[in-house]
Design a protein around this ligand. Structure first.
Ligand SMILES: CCCCCCCCCCCCCC(=O)SCCNC(=O)CCNC(=O)[C@H](O)C(C)(C)COP(=O)(O)OP(=O)(O)OC[C@H]1O[C@@H](n2cnc3c(N)ncnc32)[C@H](O)[C@@H]1OP(=O)(O)O
Length: 228
């Protein structure tokens, strides 16, 4: 059956809709003269395209000048030691067998941590690559662990991620994260992800965490949990 979107140009036998139609008619379909009615690759005349500097991976999220350097807690895990899960029910802390990310996060120097994870095929988004939301969760979790070196309980208030290059499923990821600055209840953190030991990051993230009193924050929410 020929879809209405490919009604102009020659008829094609393999007319299917996204996610795969874009991959299939470019460039093969162009050569065949098979042109869709609406070509998402064609830029509409007169529209201003966003000018993103992907290589610089810029961010408008900056640590305020008044922020102070993070102070590592004297009883924080030593550099190289694994940092225990903050809660067994956490998606980030649970193993992949239990529907979690299966992250292993280790303490570094100062307020730095390193998270290791192998991208489970269950985390697939686009064909063969990790889902961007899952990678965002990885960043969120590993940056959150850096707050544990300060012995602070935090939740994420703001998270931003730059995806620089695709991250294949089954690849081994190393996430380096740290608290960059503290201002009252606010912790500013940043992180980068490296694929299979590559020298250049495949993505980066920044976050704002806010310290909380867990007992108060979760008091009226804990009843929703199925893992208590
Ligand atoms: C999970 C706990 C375990 C702990 C173990 C550690 C390991 C963790 C690993 C887990 C990792 C995964 C973790 C997860 O995934 S946590 C899950 C995702 N996050 C949440 O569910 C948090 C939802 N939000 C809230 O509950 C409240 O908004 C919070 C508690 C964050 C603040 O509400 P609260 O009423 O308490 O305080 P406040 O509103 O006076 O705000 C305080 C200050 O912050 C500033 N502000 C706030 N938001 C923003 C913003 N978006 N951009 C810029 N600024 C912002 C605000 O202006 C103010 O500044 P100032 O006026 O004082 O200058």
């Amino acid at each position: 059956m020929v879809s209405r979107r490919f009604a102009v140009g020659r008829r094609c036998s393999m007319d299917t809709f996204p996610p795969f139609s874009r991959l299939r008619w470019s460039p093969v379909r162009r050569r065949r003269g098979c042109v869709p009615a609406h070509d998402p690759l064609r830029r509409p005349a007169g529209r201003v395209e966003p000018q993103l500097d992907y290589l610089a991976m810029t961010s408008n999220w900056t640590v305020p000048g008044e922020a102070v350097s993070p102070v590592r807690h004297p009883e924080a895990p030593a550099p190289g030691e694994s940092i225990p899960a903050h809660w067994h029910g956490c998606f980030g802390c649970r193993g992949t067998g239990d529907g979690g990310l299966g992250l292993d996060v280790r303490a570094g120097e100062g307020a730095e941590v390193t998270g290791e994870i192998v991208v489970d095929p269950a985390f697939e988004g686009g064909p063969g690559v990790i889902h961007g939301g899952v990678l965002s969760s990885v960043f969120d979790e590993v940056m959150g662990f850096s707050a544990k070196l300060l012995a602070l309980e935090v939740v994420t208030a703001h998270l931003e991620v730059d995806f620089r290059s695709p991250v294949p499923v089954r690849s081994a990821l190393t996430v380096r994260a740290r608290v960059d600055g503290v201002l009252g209840r606010k912790l500013y953190a940043s992180a980068e992800v490296y694929v299979n030991g590559a020298a250049a990051p495949a993505g980066s993230a920044r976050a704002l965490f806010i310290t909380i009193d867990q007992a108060v924050h979760f008091r009226d929410l804990v009843g929703n949990s199925t893992r208590i």
